[in-house]
Design a protein around this ligand. Structure first.
Ligand code: SF4
Length: 317
């Protein structure tokens, strides 16, 4: 038996892939890795997709860090005092490293830090692993075709994406096919597909967002941060709350959502070696990054047209 599974992110490409799967007429499942850090409009868009199109319900899968957090607490109890961490900080970390029900926040509490471009563990733990929980039992019953909403025109990295790639196992004899049916499409074909099914794309595109995964993604461009700063003060307030919590869970007592070199001031502080020791800590807080995003002053820029997540699975838009 061959099972077809379509990965959904709430973005235009995975939606077009879902619509194409409906047109092909074979039974399929649609899976969404819910990070707990999407914009509510994206969550609503995904939840409405089945009703609006007549396609299958979207199965939400969420990472669970309960066990890993328990192990981290045990480690802190054993080791942090030896590492010279004051007892009051240890107590606060033990209090704070508890499951909150939000996968993104729980991941950061467990790790004691936020992901970054150089340590992009969010894609692995929040997207790839939860989807694997669906794929593994499916593979026990036969072959799996995983439909991916990846397009070659999205970025140089994806320019050579094959439409079909097969991975085989010998024992038990199984295979997984990575199927990127829209690999050769341009963006106009993607929007045309929405139109053909009478579906408006995720409303965040209408606001000017170029991608709609985590809100914001750790790799968000300055223009995307500016957009969030203009339209979504709640998103900034949430990040500031998370920064306080994750700092409490961190051995060094500091954590910021954005990398130090996101702003020119943060890059200069990092260069001077101000790396988080209490009073001198100058990595940019979320509100400082959003203030900087309103300006024309330098800071870190990501290339145009590069997607946030370069994983071959294209799970982050
Ligand atoms: S969208 Fe960005 S923040 Fe979210 S999992 Fe992907 S890389 Fe990480």
């Amino acid at each position: 038996m061959i099972e077809h599974i379509v990965n959904i992110s709430g973005g235009k490409d995975s939606t077009a892939t879902y619509l194409l799967a409906i047109e092909r007429g074979r039974p399929f499942r649609a899976v969404w890795a819910d990070t707990g850090h999407e914009h509510p409009a994206t969550v609503d868009f995904i939840k409405d997709l089945s009703r609006k199109t007549g396609g299958p319900e979207i199965e939400a899968v969420r990472a669970d860090f309960t066990e890993r957090m328990a192990k981290k607490r045990a480690f802190i109890q054993r080791k942090w005092a030896e590492h010279g961490v004051p007892s009051d900080r240890i107590e606060r970390a033990l209090d704070i490293i508890q499951p909150t029900g939000n996968p993104f926040l729980d991941l950061c509490l467990w790790k004691g830090r936020f992901p970054s471009a150089g340590a992009q563990f969010c894609t692995q733990h929040l997207k790839i692993e939860p989807v694997e929980h669906v794929l593994t039992p499916a593979l026990e019953h036969g072959d799996v075709v995983q439909w991916l909403g990846i397009r070659r025109a999205e970025s140089r990295r994806r320019a050579d994406t094959p439409r079909v790639r097969r991975v085989r196992w010998i024992e038990p004899k199984r295979s997984m096919i990575y199927f990127a049916p829209i690999a050769h499409w341009g963006w106009n074909a993607v929007f045309w597909m929405h139109e053909r099914h009478g579906i408006d794309p995720n409303p965040l595109y209408g606001l000017g967002a170029s991608r709609v995964g985590c809100w914001p993604c750790i790799n968000a461009r300055k223009s995307e941060l500016k957009l969030i700063g203009q339209h979504d003060p709640e998103a900034i307030a949430k990040l500031m709350e998370w920064e306080v919590l994750v700092a409490e869970a961190s051995k060094r007592g500091a954590a910021t959502f954005f990398a130090s070199d996101t702003t020119p001031e943060g890059a200069a502080a990092a260069k001077r070696g101000e790396t988080g020791a209490t009073g001198e800590y100058r990595f940019p807080r979320a509100d400082e990054v959003f203030e900087w995003a309103k300006t024309d002053r330098g800071g870190r820029q990501y290339p145009m047209f590069e997607p946030a997540c370069a994983s071959e699975y294209g799970m982050c838009e």
